[in-house]
Design a protein around this ligand. Structure first.
Ligand SMILES: Nc1nc2c(c(=O)[nH]1)N[C@@H](CN(C=O)c1ccc(C(=O)N[C@@H](CCC(=O)O)C(=O)O)cc1)CN2
Ligand SMILES: [Mg+2]
Length: 301
């Protein structure tokens, strides 16, 4: 039996179209245009592609997009100065600093400098704390996208056993907090976890976010489980072109799982769609307007 393929690319297209409709309404009714500022330091080819896609998709959703490109050698103070300026700019509702950053720039210092209500990545400790304690803050985009795909596929998640593989601040920890908020029984597994395969085999929901190409084989997966593959790993191929693979061995997992996200075309596109959703939400909050609810449900009809 072959698993259902969870089409994140299509879901993201629907969500972005729905966001665009809300943005147009916001401008018509309240004269507010959500503004997204993206800061890229250096010339990492993948980061350049992601930043370009973020800016283009923001414009396609009728938002204002502001791009800042700083040289790889930029001193940390210059990055912090730019963030200060954007914090005070009323046309900017969301600020994002593309990661990774060069070694002389401390990512924590930079993230902590962003005004929490403009932190559309949801990485600021105020937002991380809100998520951990059941508060109402910005939720990191990749885990939010994963949750949307899971809820669309499974409906109510309460009582399901979820294993999150990976404990990063960007994906693993917020993913675990979101699943806990949905009343899943959550295990966070990582490089020091004993019997990793057994832990994974207990999962109704398996979220793989370790950044190790094809680490999870099909025989680690419970038959019928829903598998969310967050990994985006570029591997070499004999033709020299290389290709993207996830953290899961797709070909064997697809034979066991009930549903699975592909790489590419699964979680990745949802990350950027959720970034636009957070920017819309930030703009509404900053203007004292109600935050649109249920956009994903509406997008899917
Ligand atoms: N400040 C941030 N930095 C980074 C984040 C983040 O959420 N905030 N996440 C990643 C990179 N990222 C967004 O920034 C991102 C990665 C991948 C995709 C995506 O759509 N991937 C496609 C494949 C693209 C390709 O061919 O290379 C897919 O999976 O289908 C979107 C966003 C690290 N940095
Ligand atoms: Mg941030």
């Amino acid at each position: 039996m072959s698993a259902a393929i969870i089409d994140g690319k299509r879901a993201a297209e629907h969500l972005r179209a729905e966001i665009g409709r809300h943005v147009v309404r916001l401008r018509e009714q309240h004269l507010v245009t959500p503004g997204l500022a993206v800061i890229l330091v250096g010339e990492d080819p993948a980061s350049q592609v992601y930043v370009r896609n973020k800016a283009r998709q923001a414009r396609e959703a009728a938002m204002a997009s502001f791009e800042y490109r700083l040289p790889y050698s930029v001193p940390q103070e210059k990055v912090l100065e730019l963030i200060e300026r954007l914090n005070d700019d009323p046309a900017v509702h969301g600020i994002l600093v593309q990661l990774p950053l060069p070694p002389q720039v401390d990512a924590d210092r930079v993230i902590n400098a962003i005004r929490p209500d403009k932190d559309i990545d949801g990485f600021h400790p105020v937002n991380a704390g809100a998520l951990a304690t059941g508060g109402d803050g910005m939720v990191p985009c990749t885990p939010l996208g994963c949750l949307m795909l899971l809820k669309h596929r499974l409906g109510d998640l309460a009582g399901l056993r979820a294993v999150v593989l990976g404990r990063s601040n960007i994906v693993g920890k917020p993913m675990a907090a979101l699943l806990l908020r949905e009343s899943c029984t959550v295990t966070v597994a990582h490089s020091k976890t004993r019997d990793l395969a057994d832990e994974c085999r207990r999962a109704d929901i398996l979220v793989a976010a370790v950044g190790r190409p094809r680490m999870v084989p099909g025989d680690w997966i419970k038959p019928g489980a829903t598998v969310i593959d967050v990994g985006i790993n570029r591997i070499d191929t004999p033709d020299g072109k290389g290709r993207l693979v996830g953290d899961v061995v797709f070909d064997s997992a697809v034979e066991v799982a009930g549903a699975i996200t592909p790489v590419p075309g699964g979680v990745g596109p949802m990350t950027i769609a959720c970034l636009l959703l957070n920017t819309l939400e930030a703009a509404c909050r900053q203007h004292g307007l109600p935050v649109p609810q249920g956009l994903m449900e509406a997008a899917w009809g």
